[in-house]
Design a protein around this ligand. Structure first.
Ligand code: BGC
Length: 397
């Protein structure tokens, strides 16, 4: 069948591409190509490859209409994954591919079975934003056996050699940027303090959640050690502050408990470092309902539309801006490279050790939005329309 033939040609092209080695960019350093190359492709003998002409064919020369890209997204519950799914679908279709887009309601078993179906349906490449990065090892063995390349999207897939590439943002830097925002806003270099701070991190199954927390904690730890920042709850480990499923409600109830236990007697709460916008919403709700002091600093991430009104009113101080259109564009470029046997653009070959291999990665840059710059970042770039902002109660002049 046409799809099987294309699959065979593409596998051969992929093999040839990976045998050549992945592309390099300026900040790529030490890791040798052999360490970075996924075992499936590296092990495949060159003789299995299609004729050189096919392998070298640029993406434009392939009949992409017969190529299906499976895109597995975690959930429709959070805005960003809807955006990511939409961006990936529209950009892949614009490039000429067929798209098999699935959402898994944040249920690992559902995601595993969706990926199994993608493999048995003959999808030619998988792009996966995992729910639990450590839970896909077995199903990805099947992808590897079928020579289907896998790109980990936004979240690293762990404990497998079947993950060809990783396309994400600089996740550690997200946390550093949140921590630095607190340092700058409280003027921790100069102010005496002490200031009181609490942390709300993300889901323990999401590798990003740990990186966000580590980035923020590493930035703030010197001030905690110096006594300028105090965590009244004493909850300073990732395991203490993690939020299952990144749930707004779970975060809200934890912050309510912290407020009633440590801040009900007039003790000032100066900052709540929330790793993303769903947890920030929970923290802001808890502060609204249970805390009577001045508005603390609250950080976030994603610039979710539901958070923009809080950002503008000052309830939420900042949100990390990650342009998901750019992430999708980089990921689609990776798909094109893999499908055509050309070099993938990567800019990190050191950071993302998944327990079995260092996954060659492309990391997009992040910035932060606050009430002073949200128009430039979110409106002028077309990320949101004026109407979308007005719908959530933000008046745009
Ligand atoms: C993403 C964040 C998102 C969170 C919850 C993380 O993996 O990087 O942007 O807020 O998941 O969906």
């Amino acid at each position: 069948m046409k799809r099987k033939l294309i699959s065979a040609l593409l596998c051969a092209a992929m093999t040839a591409s990976l045998l050549v080695g992945c592309g390099s960019s300026s900040n790529e350093t030490a890791a040798p190509a052999d360490d970075a190359a996924p075992a499936t492709e590296a092990e495949a003998p060159a003789d299995d490859a299609a004729p050189a002409d096919d392998a070298a064919a640029p993406a434009g020369d392939i009949d992409k209409s017969g190529i299906t890209i499976g895109v597995a997204m975690p959930t429709k519950d959070l805005q960003r994954w809807n955006q990511d799914g939409d961006n990936m679908k529209s950009q892949l279709e614009a490039a000429g591919y067929q798209v098999d887009l699935q959402y898994a309601s944040n249920d690992v078993a559902t995601q595993v079975s969706q990926i199994e179906n993608m493999i048995s349906n003959g999808d030619n490449l998988l792009v996966i934003a995992s729910i639990d990065g450590s839970a896909l090892g077995s199903v990805l063995e099947q992808a590897k056996a079928a020579n289907i390349p896998v790109i980990a999207y936004d979240r690293l897939i762990k404990n497998t050699d079947a993950c060809s590439y990783y396309c994400s943002f600089d996740n550690y830097k997200v946390g550093v940027t949140q921590g630095q925002y607190v340092v700058d806003t409280l003027d921790l270099e100069n102010a005496e303090g002490p200031f009181n701070i609490e942390f709300c991190a993300g889901d323990p199954g999401d590798n990003n959640a740990i990186l966000f927390f580590d980035g923020a904690m590493d930035t703030l730890k010197p001030y905690i050690d110096a006594g300028k920042l105090v965590i009244k709850s004493g909850q300073d480990e990732f395991a203490d502050v993690a939020t299952a499923g990144w749930s707004t409600e779970t975060c809200q109830s934890r912050v309510q408990t912290i407020i009633s236990s440590y801040y009900a007697d007039g003790t000032k709460l100066d900052a709540v470092v929330c790793s993303n916008d769903s947890t920030a919403l929970g923290a802001c709700n808890a502060i609204d309902s249970d805390y009577s002091g001045d508005q603390p600093i609250v950080t976030g991430q994603d610039c979710d539309i539901a958070n923009i009104a809080n950002l503008v009113s000052g309830k939420q101080s900042m949100s990390i801006y990650k342009d998901t259109r750019e992430l999708a564009a980089k990921c689609v470029a990776m798909v094109d490279s893999l499908m055509s046997g050309s070099e993938c653009e990567i800019n990190d070959t050191e950071t993302y050790d998944n327990g079995v291999m260092v996954v060659p990665s492309y990391l997009c840059e992040v910035a932060f939005a606050d009430k002073n710059n949200y128009k430039e970042l979110l409106l002028d770039t077309g990320y949101y329309t004026k109407e979308q902002l007005e719908e959530v109660g933000v008046t745009v002049e």
